[in-house]
Write a protein that binds this ligand. Structure first.
Ligand code: DGL
Length: 270
């Protein structure tokens, strides 16, 4: 079986890259629902429905487990999907927990009660739907006490990235940092809680300044997946094949992906 990676569009490629580096021999299938991106301004029912359809498409392509390389889907749909929809023999994993474990200095499976951690003030940058779902705060509260989270819904940013307008995307990243700084002037850490945002990470890092530790997901998710496959060797295949599926126009999506990753990424119609 391959590992599937799902995103509303191109952002999950940031996770794909880190996973491909960490697991060069593992077959990977990516599906981006670019025809319906962005998800971050949709309601939770639509995000749930689209996420289930995306996961089914990845199953058809021979993938299991599937990683929701999308914070919006992880925040707004994952729990419902696991509790009410997912067959017991399949695995769908989200991208929140590895990030929160890093923030709270926990190892996988550490279920000790919430405790004081070094970080006190966290700035969360995410889509409006991720911010509204409050899943980040809920997962954090299971592990840490006394952490103040200020969330900034970054309207427009995913649209600009999907459109390949990186100058606009960088300007939006800077303005969202300024908006958050008015409410939380000195965060200790900032979380880029959308898999599209590492594509403009430099703009976030520069605007936040050197005092703020910026937590970006791709490497954390890749390390956590590698650990999962070590613990579940029955789910780990070899062969290293890569496939890219899109619900959008394959030529256009391939062009954008090549722009982001600096090499050809041949998307096929899903
Ligand atoms: N990459 C998705 C995420 O991590 C973007 C969501 C969207 O389509 O708005 O949240």
């Amino acid at each position: 079986m391959a590992v599937g990676l799902f995103d509303s569009g191109l952002g999950g490629l940031t996770v794909f890259e880190a996973v491909a580096r960490a697991l060069p021999d593992t077959p990977l299938v990516y599906f981006g629902d670019s025809a319906r991106a962005p998800y971050g301004t949709r309601d939770a029912d639509a995000i749930f429905r689209f996420t289930c359809e995306g996961v089914e498409r990845l199953w058809e392509a021979g993938a299991d487990p599937v990683i929701l390389a999308c914070n919006t889907a992880s925040a707004a749909a994952l729990r419902r999907l696991q509790e009410s929809w997912l067959p017991t023999d399949k695995r769908v994993l989200g991208v929140f927990v590895p990030m929160i474990e890093a923030l709270t200095e926990r190892r996988w499976g550490d279920n000790a009660p919430p405790r004081q951690v070094a970080v006190q003030r966290v700035a969360l940058f995410a889509t409006p739907a991720t911010v509204a779902a409050r899943s980040f705060q809920r997962e954090l509260a299971f592990r840490a006490v006394g952490v103040d989270v200020e969330a900034q819904p970054c309207g427009g940013l995913v649209d600009a990235i999907e459109a390949g307008d990186m100058a606009l995307a960088e300007a939006l990243a800077r303005s969202h940092v300024e908006a958050l700084a008015r409410r939380m002037p000195n965060p200790d850490a900032a979380v880029l809680g959308c898999t599209h945002y590492p594509l403009v990470e430099r703009a976030f890092v520069d605007a936040l300044g050197p005092e703020v530790r910026v937590i970006s997901q791709p490497e954390l998710v890749a390390a956590s997946l590698a650990d999962y496959l070590r613990r579940h060797p029955d789910r780990a295949s070899t062969g290293g094949t890569r496939r890219f599926l899109t619900s959008g126009d394959p030529a256009r999506v391939s062009d954008r992906a090549a722009l982001f990753l600096g090499r050809p990424i041949p998307f096929e119609a899903a």
